[in-house]
Design a protein around this ligand. Structure first.
Ligand code: CU
Length: 62
């Protein structure tokens, strides 16, 4: 992410994913924090969906 516009785009993309309850993104840190329902989705699926919607490379934080 390179600016606060990207930050908002990542946040919106994450919130559109089924099973995601809340999302926060920080362009300063280059990270996003997602609260999700583990019965509906998984970190890998969320990362993939965000990458598809925004064009950013994503990886699941370990
Ligand atoms: Cu930007």
């Amino acid at each position: 992410m390179t600016c606060s516009g990207c930050e908002a785009a990542v946040k919106i993309a994450a919130k559109q994913i089924d099973g995601v309850k809340d999302a926060k993104a920080s362009y300063a840190k280059g990270t996003a924090e997602v609260t999700y329902d583990s019965a509906k989705t998984s970190p890998d699926a969320i990362a993939k969906a965000i990458a598809q919607k925004t064009g950013y490379k994503t990886e699941v934080a370990k």
